[in-house]
Design a protein around this ligand. Structure first.
Ligand SMILES: Cc1ncc(C[n+]2csc(CCOP(=O)(O)OP(=O)(O)O)c2C)c(N)n1
Ligand SMILES: [Mg+2]
Length: 625
């Protein structure tokens, strides 16, 4: 039996029939498709989506990059078991995907990209928006997506869709491989008919596997943990992806081992779990970083050990410190010359807990007392910068977070990716549920927040979903507000105005860059941007895109506005201008270094001084071999 359909129609029907299954729960892999149409997809996929609209829901986006962000937000909130497809035209529509694809791949989050491509037959050549490459006839702009895709295929003949589509789904549902998957679809092929075998459209269920540990690796891991006096567990995003939070809580409670978390792993334990010692690394807490400095065994679970986590190789300074890496990906399992424990995070943690319980293994009480006390001290620091004694003045950024902290419960989700917020949040935020803290810090992409909030809200319609956005980030990508308004997706936007890049400005100052080019202010006579703030009204801008906007001038206003926004059932923005924090009221400074290379030679005093400090830090870098 065959069915005659176009390639685009066949792809839509195929995608509508793919399911994932894990822990007995089965759901659609591609639950909807985002799209922006141009000549490269309007007649192919556009026609197919209208013809099979009852099988594949459609959402209209405003920018191809932000459609990917929305899909990624949805995928993360769905535990990587369900995601969206994104269809684009050829040329600029396709290359706008590149940033979103990189973000998805780096964060190990599945998303299916379906850019149109130039004619496979080459009869229309060069077609509008086609890149001509004199030395290679088979290159198109879509090849830019290869390095940022975990699977890339160009479907140049109808029957090639069958293996390409199956491979695409294999990669999307593989917990080791997953990321952006690209099927480039030449515009002529999309519209071409073919007699498809009926089985191609049959429902298929892809098991998202939970491999257990190898017995030898497990035995070595248990031996290492039993021999450690000051072990520290570093929880990464893999804990969340594997839904291993409960298994981690049991492991921590059974062993007394403290748990620090990366940006992606924060919330692995609730903030008030006795073993949670908060964020680790450059943006981490003093508690976690002190433990990291003296640890003799670092147990990384589902972490990639980014440069922030290791404080550029300076954080794990204990004599003979070793790494034990529980990771589903051997690539990450072997990092820092670690002992690999290649397994799904939940399976591996459960196996470790069982094995350690046989030996009734626990860390010494003095160690528990030490970090318990430190954790309390850090909590007091958080309280101090959240507190706002004078409610009738402008808040500082930590006070804004304090106001939000006082309002939310465990059902709220907060989303952020870039600026000074990731550092403040990693240090200060009290994660009340496993998925409350949604920081995209693999790519730290300004502009992720608003579209991601839409995606998260689609996956969790009953939750309050907050996009926390700086003014620079807002200006980078506010466009998907229109989509939230159009679809009635009641996201909350907390827009923080501080007239430029506070984060990069601060960094610039420490690396001899003198805040050059980081403020959004008028140019002064000397050519620097140090004049008055620009007459730009971002609140009015958000309102013009259709959001309800509440302006908060003081701490008191802010509390009321946040409360109103939280109760709102339409997209609502709280706009607040923040006071520059001084050293007393500001967030705690970085508790560990970050390598941002400083000019080796310069005439300006600030750079010369910064270089001296830089060299002192560099000299403390460790290579773990
Ligand atoms: C797309 C993108 N471009 C550039 C950067 C580098 N960058 C990181 S933070 C930042 C400034 C963010 O400004 P804003 O959103 O106002 O936050 P603030 O630093 O003021 O807290 C820049 C330019 C980035 N992370 N993403
Ligand atoms: Mg700013």
């Amino acid at each position: 039996m065959t069915t005659r359909l176009t390639v685009a129609q066949a792809l839509v029907r195929f995608l509508a029939a793919q399911y994932t299954e894990r822990d007995g729960v089965r759901q659609r892999l591609i639950s909807a498709t985002w799209g922006i149409f141009g000549h490269g997809n309007v007649a192919g996929l556009g026609q197919a989506l209208v013809e099979y609209g009852d099988e594949m829901p459609f959402h209209q986006g405003r920018n191809e990059q932000s459609m990917v962000h929305a899909a990624v937000g949805y995928a993360r909130q769905s535990g990587r078991l369900s995601t969206h497809a994104v269809t684009t035209s050829i040329g600029p529509g396709a290359t706008n995907l590149v940033t979103g694809a990189a973000l998805a791949t780096i964060n190990h989050l599945p998303v299916l990209l379906l850019p149109g491509d130039t004619f496979a037959t080459r009869v229309a050549d060069p077609v509008l928006q086609q890149l001509e490459v004199p030395y290679a006839g088979d290159i198109s702009v879509n090849d830019c997506l290869r390095p940022v895709s975990k699977y890339f295929d160009r479907v140049t003949r109808p029957e090639a869709l069958i293996p390409a589509a199956l491979q695409a789904v294999r990669v999307l549902t593989d917990p080791v491989e997953t990321g952006a998957v690209t099927l480039a679809l030449p515009q002529d092929v999309q519209a071409e008919a073919y007699d498809w075998p009926e089985e191609f459209f049959a429902e298929r269920t892809w098991t998202v596997r939970r491999p257990g540990a190898d017995p030898t690796e497990l035995a070595e891991a248990v031996h290492a943990i039993r021999g450690a006096r000051r072990p520290l567990l570093v929880a990464g995003g893999g804990v969340h992806h594997s839904r291993a939070e409960e298994a981690l809580a049991e492991f921590a409670a059974a062993t007394g081992i403290p748990v620090a978390s990366t940006q992606a792993g924060k919330g692995s334990l609730r903030h008030d779990h006795p073993q949670d010692v908060g964020g680790v690394g450059h943006t981490g807490t003093a508690t976690a970083n002190e433990l990291a400095r003296q640890a003799d065994l670092v147990i990384g679970v589902g972490t990639r050990y980014t440069d922030f986590t290791t404080a550029s190789g300076t954080l794990f300074a204990g004599d003979g410190v070793r790494f034990l890496n529980l990771n589903i990906a051997p690539y990450d399992g072997h990092k820092l010359a670690g002992m690999p424990l290649v397994a799904d995070a939940r399976s591996g943690l459960t196996e470790l807990t069982e094995a350690l319980q046989l030996h009734a293994h626990r860390v010494p009480d003095v160690y528990v007392d030490e970090y318990t006390l430190d954790k309390e001290r850090w909590e007091q620091r958080v309280d101090a910068c959240y507190e706002a004694d004078e409610p009738d003045i402008r808040p500082t950024q930590p006070q804004v977070l304090g106001a939000l902290d006082a309002l939310v419960d465990e059902s709220d989700v907060i989303i952020n990716a870039a600026g000074s917020l990731p550092g403040d949040l990693h240090k200060l935020w009290r994660a009340r549920s496993r998925d409350q803290y949604h920081l995209e810090y693999g790519y730290s992409c300004m502009g992720y927040e608003i579209p991601a909030a839409i995606g998260v809200k689609m996956a969790a319609p009953d939750r309050n979903v907050w996009a926390l956005v700086g003014d620079g980030t807002y200006l980078m990508m506010p466009t998907e507000i229109v989509t939230a308004v159009q679809e009635g997706i009641a996201i909350k936007l907390l827009l923080i105005q501080n007239h430029g890049y506070a984060s990069i400005g601060g960094l610039s100052e420490t690396v001899g860059g003198e805040r050059f080019g980081t403020a959004y202010r008028y140019q002064s006579d000397d050519g620097t941007y140090t004049g008055a703030p620009l007459p730009v009204d971002l609140a009015a801008n958000a309102a013009s895109l259709g959001m309800r906007v509440l302006r908060a001038k003081t701490v008191r206003d802010l509390r009321a506005a946040l409360e109103t926004a939280r109760a709102a059932d339409t997209p609502t923005c709280v706009y607040v201008e923040t006071e520059t924090a001084d050293t007393v009221s500001g967030p705690p400074p970085a508790q560990a270094w970050w390598d941002v290379p400083v000019a080796e030679t310069a005439t300006r005093a600030s750079a010369v001084k910064a270089r001296e400090l830089y060299e002192r830090h560099v000299s403390t870098r460790r290579r773990h071999l």
